[in-house]
Design a protein around this ligand. Structure first.
Ligand code: DC
Length: 220
C-alpha cells in the first residue's frame, strides 16, 4: 500500500456515503472528513446571523470571520462543536441552496484541500473526486435509486416516531439531486476515473467489502 492514501467518495444524498466513509476511516485508522457537514456549518451561521447569501458584501464579511474545522472527528464552527444543530430540515435546506454560491464553495474547497494535502483521509461529498482532490489515489461514486434512498430516510424517521409520506420524501430527494447535479459551480458528477458502486440492494457490510476491494486494487 502507498504511504498516503486519499479516498474520495462522492454521490447523492442518502446513498450511504457518510456511513461507509466512517467505517472505512475507522478500519484504516485514518481521518474522515465530512465536507457536507462543513456546508451545513456555514448554513447554520447564515441562519443564526441572518446573513443573506445572495448579498455578496454581507456574505464576504461573514466568511472572513468564519472558521470551519474538525476536532476529534467533530465539525467545529468558530471553535464551537455544532454537530447537534446541523441536521435539521431548515439547515439542510439552507445548506442545499447556499452550497451553490461560489464564495462559499471557494472558501470551503480551500480548507478541504489543505486538510487532504499531506495525510491519508477519507473525504466524502459531491465534488471531491472531480474538484477538491482531483489527484486522489482512489475515487468512489456511491449511488442508490431515489426510491431506495427515500425508503431509508422513511425508516430513519419512523425509528424516531416520525411518520412520513414516502412519495413526498422521494420527490424531495429528486429535487435535491437535480439541484446538486445542475448547479454552475462544481456540480455533483462522477469522476471519469471513479469506481461506481450502487448500494441500492447491498447491505452495509457488502458495500464496505466492495469498497475495500477497490481501494486494495487502486492503492496497491
Ligand atoms: O452530504 P450532506 O447532505 O450533508 O451535504 C449538505 C449539503 O452540502 C448538500 O445540499 C450538498 C452540499 N455539498 C456540496 O455542495 N458539496 C460537497 N462537497 C458536500 C456537500
Amino acid at each position: 500500500m502507498k504511504d498516503i492514501i486519499r479516498i474520495a467518495i462522492d454521490g447523492p444524498a442518502g446513498a450511504g456515503k457518510s456511513t461507509m466513509a466512517k467505517l472505512l476511516a475507522k478500519e484504516m485508522g485514518i481521518e474522515y472528513i465530512d465536507t457536507g457537514a462543513m456546508y451545513r456549518a456555514v448554513a447554520l451561521k447564515l441562519l443564526r446571523s441572518g446573513t443573506d447569501y445572495n448579498d455578496p458584501e454581507a456574505l464576504a464579511a461573514m466568511l472572513k470571520d468564519t472558521d470551519v474545522d474538525f476536532s476529534g472527528g467533530q465539525v467545529m464552527l468558530d471553535g464551537e462543536p455544532v454537530e447537534a444543530f446541523i441536521r435539521t430540515p431548515e439547515v439542510s435546506e439552507t445548506a442545499s441552496a447556499s452550497s451553490a454560491v461560489l464564495a462559499i464553495r471557494e472558501k470551503l474547497v480551500a480548507l478541504q484541500r489543505a486538510m487532504g494535502q499531506r495525510k491519508s483521509v477519507v473525504m466524502d461529498g459531491r465534488d471531491i473526486g472531480t474538484n477538491v482532490l482531483k489527484d486522489a489515489e482512489c475515487k468512489i461514486y456511491l449511488d442508490a435509486s431515489p426510491r431506495v434512498r427515500a425508503e431509508r430516510r422513511a425508516k430513519e424517521l419512523a425509528a424516531k416516531g416520525l411518520p412520513c409520506d414516502i412519495d413526498a420524501v422521494e420527490a424531495d430527494i429528486r429535487q435535491r439531486d437535480f439541484r446538486d447535479m445542475h448547479r454552475e459551480h462544481n456540480p455533483l458528477a462522477k469522476a471519469e476515473d471513479a469506481a461506481v458502486i450502487d448500494s441500492s440492494y447491498l447491505t452495509i457490510e457488502q458495500v464496505v467489502s466492495v469498497m475495500k476491494a477497490v481501494i486494495e486494487e487502486r492503492c496497491r
